[in-house]
Design a protein around this ligand. Sequence first.
Ligand code: KMH
Ligand code: ZN
Length: 281
Amino acid sequence: MEPLIITCAITGAETTRERQPHLPILPADQAQASKECMDAGCSIIHLHVREDDGKPSQRPERFKESIDAIRLKAPRAIIQISTGGAIGESIDNRARPLDLKPEMASLNLGTMNFGDEVFFNHPRDIIALASRMRDSGVMPELEVYEAGMLETAYRYAKQGILREPMHFQFVLGVPGGMSGEPENLFHMIHLLEKISRTAGTGMPHWGVAGVGRYQLPMAVQAILLGGHVRVGFEDNIFYSKGELAKSNAQLVERVVRLARELGRPVATPEQARQILSLRQG
Ligand code: KMH
Ligand code: ZN
């Protein structure tokens, strides 16, 4: 089986220090958290940034500060910036950090209820973000919260808006999207197999980010089924029921231990770059 690519979503836009006291907020904290995650076996840092007061931000200058700090402490990290931002952020602001031409960026494939709010992703905006990523060599990670979004990706690939090979992240467990029940993951994989066969393209890469209590079972299933894994405080602040995680790295370390026990090798960042066909240099 392909080596396991581990992503850590270290900060997110919704998690607060009140709920998770170890949440990295400042660029220096994010750099330290990234280093610990990379040392533990992670390859990709999914990055949201915050202002000093903890407010989510899409300012490119703030992203640059964090990216520079991460590069110093964890130079091998693949940095994936978020174009999802926080709920309610304007699409113009969400797109701004693409000016930094990161190796990867998230691309959200549809509008959905997100807890008590609505996460807007107008087709016009998805296409604009995707086209910009395509034209500047930024690899999109396709954030898929329900099955229709996966089909949207193939429609855009057919139109040349998205390039193959694609990389999907199933984010399962957001209230408003599909939950992290095994049946939902199996359905997504089955659908991917079927659509990619019909399209005559190879099976794309996929990973799963289980939200909250789904994080651990989704990780185990992805390890067994040949997918990749995302953990981190963006999606889950607990190590076990009622016990807060001490760090993002603690969550990565557990996935590495599980992979070892289950006989799945863990990808180095260099292997992850190759597997995901990231741009060279
Ligand atoms: N904060 C969520 C509303 C992404 O990074 O692309 C969206 C999100 C997805 O976090
Ligand atoms: Zn995110």
